[in-house]
Design a protein around this ligand. Structure first.
Ligand code: GMT
Length: 375
């Protein structure tokens, strides 16, 4: 197939999933055309089946806001026509699904029919999408897509609950490339971070409010009272500065390292003992799956799609959002005993294997075929 993929080319989960899917499809012999405003973060190599088309938005003094969506639709039309795409797959509804709808209408005037698949990732539904500013357009463009997928059962349910959706939403969970995410021998790094064999906790995110990153610091403070430990904070975003201030206030700075945005997250996860994800909402929790693939159990909130990934008492624990004490106690339970920790680590990696790319890729391929045939 010739597949067009539209996504946010950033470190965000939806962009990562889109890029990894495109790479895997290309490896499987499909021709994949990425249409984004800059080179996706994990698309930094050459492959004969991969193409990248940059959307550039020309500005004009009249525009307070440059019309990105129009530039994107125009680029989709151009790529679909000249690369003879069979299908367009857009990740994250806003504004990709409506831009695709517009492109589809324009392509029809050239006698070209191209089916559109929209994958819902989370905040496009649970946060931004249901904001009245966007809701009518999001509802319309989901209904107009030829295929709609959601990354968890919970996100599917949230979409039906919050929007008037008339079509089937197929759940295709996120996946992990176990060739890349696996336990790597990084003992020297471990020793540098935790010279006295302290346990290493890790959090990775975009440090937005929805991630409740300050809870991470509070949980860690409690863990420190029982278990010698270090905390690695990976990523960057608006809440980082507040987390740094909280570390000073709680006097835990000497045990916490803010590493900023990192490409080789798997190396950091490889030295870690426990992953903390106390998010307010999380449609899937890709970062938790990445941790599990590197044999790291997860303490997470009991929200959104997280219970579909993190099995309570098996691969980690789930607590209500904001239950810092509960999360700290569960973390201490896992970290205090070597045998318990090892058991949770084994369970985490075994669970991650259920989301292996090789299992999910054919599901997407079959879904594309189904959508093309039906439309
Ligand atoms: O979590 C974010 O803020 C980024 C966001 C995105 O769209 O990139 O992540 C969402 O999509 C990921 C990939 O499907 C999911 O694993 C995340 O759980 C989801 N985030 C939220 O629902 C908050």
């Amino acid at each position: 197939m010739r597949i067009g993929i539209v996504c946010y080319p950033t470190f965000g989960g939806s962009g990562v999933v889109a890029t990894e899917l495109g790479k895997a499809l290309a490896d499987n012999g499909h021709q994949v055309h990425f249409i984004t405003y800059s080179q996706p973060a994990r698309l930094d190599f050459f492959s004969e089946n991969l193409f990248y088309h940059e959307v550039s938005v020309s500005n004009y003094p009249l525009f307070d806001y440059a019309p990105y969506e129009l530039a994107l639709s125009s680029k989709m039309v151009d790529v679909a026509r000249f690369e003879k795409l069979d299908i367009l797959h857009v990740h994250y509804a806003i504004p990709h699904a409506s831009a695709a709808f517009m492109a589809k209408q324009i392509l029809a005037t050239y006698g070209i029919h191209i089916p559109v698949v929209t994958t819902l990732h989370g905040t496009d539904i649970t946060l931004v999408g249901k904001d009245l500013t966007y809701k009518p357009v999001v509802t319309f463009s989901i209904n107009q897509s030829d295929g709609v997928t959601a990354v968890s059962e919970d996100l599917k349910k949230a979409t039906y609950d919050h929007f008037d959706i008339q079509r089937e939403i197929r759940v295709i969970p996120n996946f992990i490339d176990l060739q890349r995410f696996n336990l790597k021998a990084k003992d020297h790094f471990k020793k540098a971070i935790a010279p006295f064999g302290e346990r290493i906790l890790v959090h990775t995110s975009n440090f937005r409010k929805v991630k409740r990153t300050q809870d991470v610091v509070h949980i860690f403070k409690q863990i420190l009272t029982k278990v010698p430990a270090k905390l690695l904070m990976v990523g960057d975003g608006p809440e980082r500065v507040n987390c740094e201030a909280l570390c000073r206030e709680l006097e835990v700075c000497e045990h916490v390292r803010f590493l900023g945005k990192q490409d080789a997250v798997e190396e950091i996860l490889s030295v870690s003992d426990l992953f903390l994800m106390p998010s307010e909402s999380e449609s899937f929790g890709l970062a938790a799956l990445e941790a599990m693939a590197c044999k790291v159990p997860v303490i997470s909130s009991n929200t959104g799609g997280l219970p579909e990934l993190n099995v309570n008492g098996v691969t980690g624990f789930l607590n209500n959002v904001g239950d810092v004490d509960g999360m700290a106690n569960n973390a201490i339970y896992i970290l205090q005993d070597n045998q318990i920790l090892q058991k949770f680590k084994e369970n985490a990696i075994n669970r991650a294997k259920e989301f292996d790319l090789s299992l999910i890729l054919p599901v997407y391929e079959k879904y594309y075929e189904e959508v093309i045939e039906k439309s």
